[in-house]
Design a protein around this ligand. Structure first.
Ligand code: HEM
Length: 492
């Protein structure tokens, strides 16, 4: 994948040339999203950098990114063959593998359908609007109790450790119809080491770009491989239990629904796409894996902003009191009636840009973008952070200001501005859990904030410095405190 010359009459994208091989890697090692945003000011929306021995096209600017991922969707829908990606789900991941053909399309559909049925599709029972609402309400109520209990025992605590299990339990309920205890060691050993996963799969991981590094001992890489092993094992156990108790007349969850697909596929023998059973069942890895870290990270950043800007927390709570009151719990259907809460969540996504890049893409064929020639199989980074902090799109982008999304009266979220926030990617690789993710963040937050007031222990500060990764986290903070806002008369 050395630099190739563009065909006659076409230019290759501009970019900093001739950086020493290790130089560019070391410079990019720290906050690549900031380094590449700075470089894009000089070289433009389509630029080429060399990382290690590999040329990478970096896309910035909302219009350019839309042009590539939406209007030229087929050209830019690939995934690069990266060393780290080969280890996710034994190289068969829907999300990280290089597949883009009919098989990939069919798998993505299967995953989307199974997920929808057991999350946001209208619920057959009347107790809640959908299963997602039921699961989140239950887990959020558990968190309220847990946080209050921790306050009594320890006077302060780190909410992340508990939220990650609650969020994992929501996706677990959807995938496996079960929930784990907050002290379950098997689950904790997976959800608590996700930091290594997001470190190694992040755009610009040196071992993906300098082959030599693969042969040197690396603690990060070892923990990453270990994480993948544990993760596969946790899921395999659940899948085996499902096979043993499978009943085609009682499809209980995503796993059952995927097993059903394997069975049905056999019945209609030579269907258009014959997907091996393993590649159907292991879709549950993609769903589970993508479903807990992202949402936990979003919630955790939300709490950090809330304790940093207490007047915003008060405003959300005033809105909740006014619209929902204190007699019942928030529901998903309240979402449209809580503009300030919605604006706060949008601003959290924009300002943190905790997924600074999408998962890396690659070109599926030779193509031309904004007049620049890009050959087939070129690795492409999509800089979401740049879009969310672009001065051409946002006034004072560094400021955290939910009101930027509201009309003057504060009664409505501006749809056009909301659409400019880049968090879930765009086009054919766009996140399949976008609605689930947004709704979960909304319902967890509104349920917690209706009942609890969050703060940081006197004299302590919340450190908001992001740590670079596929998803960026802040340092864990053990100084959170909560106060009960009032006593609920009944539970709903
Ligand atoms: C892909 C963001 C929640 C499932 C992605 C991508 C992003 C993203 C940026 C990559 C898009 C690209 O490569 O262009 C988020 C955020 C979430 C979230 C910010 C929460 C706030 C979820 C949830 C699920 C999910 C809850 C499933 C239950 C997936 C899958 C892919 C994906 C399967 C891979 C799609 C593909 O490669 O075709 N997500 N996501 N995500 N997401 Fe999400």
């Amino acid at each position: 994948t050395r630099r190739q010359h563009a065909p006659k009459g076409l230019r290759s994208p501009p970019g900093p040339r001739g950086l020493p091989m290790l130089g560019s890697v070391l410079e990019l090692r720290k906050d690549p999203h900031l380094v590449l945003t700075r470089l894009s000011r000089k070289y433009g929306d389509v630029m080429e950098v060399t990382i290690g021995s590999r040329p990478v096209v970096v896309l910035s600017g909302l219009e350019t990114i839309k042009q590539a991922l939406v209007r030229q969707a087929e050209d830019f829908m690939g995934r690069p063959d990266l060393y780290s990606f080969r280890h996710v789900t034994d190289g068969q991941s829907l999300t990280f593998s290089t597949d883009t053909g009919e098989m990939w399309k069919a798998r993505r559909k299967l995953a989307q359908n199974a997920l929808k049925t057991f999350s946001i599709a209208a619920s057959p029972t009347a107790s809640s609007s959908c299963l997602l609402e039921e699961h989140v309400t239950k887990e959020a109520s558990y968190l309220v109790t847990k946080f209050l209990q921790l306050m009594e025992e320890k006077q302060s605590f780190d909410p992340y450790r508990y939220m990650v299990v609650s969020v994992a339990n929501v996706i677990c309920a959807i995938c496996f119809g079960k929930r784990y205890d907050h002290d379950d060691q098997e689950l904790l050993s997976v959800v608590n080491v996700v930091d290594e996963f997001v470190d190694v799969t992040a755009a610009g991981n040196p071992a993906d770009f300098i082959p030599l590094l693969r042969y040197l001992p690396s603690r990060n890489m070892d923990s990453f491989l270990d994480f993948n092993k544990r993760f596969m094992k946790l899921l395999q156990t659940a899948v085996e239990e499902h096979y043993q108790t499978f009943d085609k007349n009682n499809i209980r969850d995503v796993t059952d629904s995927l097993i059903e697909q394997c069975v049905e596929k056999k019945a209609e023998a030579n269907g258009a796409t014959q997907i091996p059973n393993e590649k159907i069942i292991n879709l549950v890895n993609d769903i589970f894996g993508a479903g807990f870290d992202t949402v936990t990270t979003a919630l955790s950043w939300s709490l950090m902003y809330l304790v940093t800007y207490p007047h915003m927390q008060k405003k959300i709570q005033a809105e909740l009191d006014q619209t929902i009151g204190r007699e019942r719990r928030p529901r998903l259907s309240d979402r449209g009636m809580l503009p300030y809460t919605e604006a706060f969540i949008l601003e959290m996504f924009r300002h943190s840009s905790f997924m600074p890049f999408t998962i890396p893409h690659s070109t599926t064929r030779d193509t031309v973008l904004n007049g620049y020639y890009i050959p087939k199989d070129r690795c492409v980074f999509i800089n979401q952070w740049q879009v969310n902090h672009d001065e051409k799109l946002w006034k004072d982008p560094q400021a955290f200001n939910p009101e930027r999304f509201l009309n003057a009266e504060g009664t409505e979220v501006n749809k056009v501005d909301a659409e400019k926030v880049m968090t879930f990617g765009l086009g054919k690789r766009r996140c399949i859990g976008e609605n689930i993710g947004k709704w979960e963040v909304f319902l967890f937050l509104s349920t917690l904030l209706q009942q609890l007031e969050f703060s940081i222990q006197d004299g302590k500060k919340a450190d908001m410095t992001p740590i670079y990764g596929l998803s960026m986290k802040h340092k864990r903070c053990e100084h959170f405190q909560v106060k009960k806002r009032f006593s609920m008369k009944s539970s709903n």
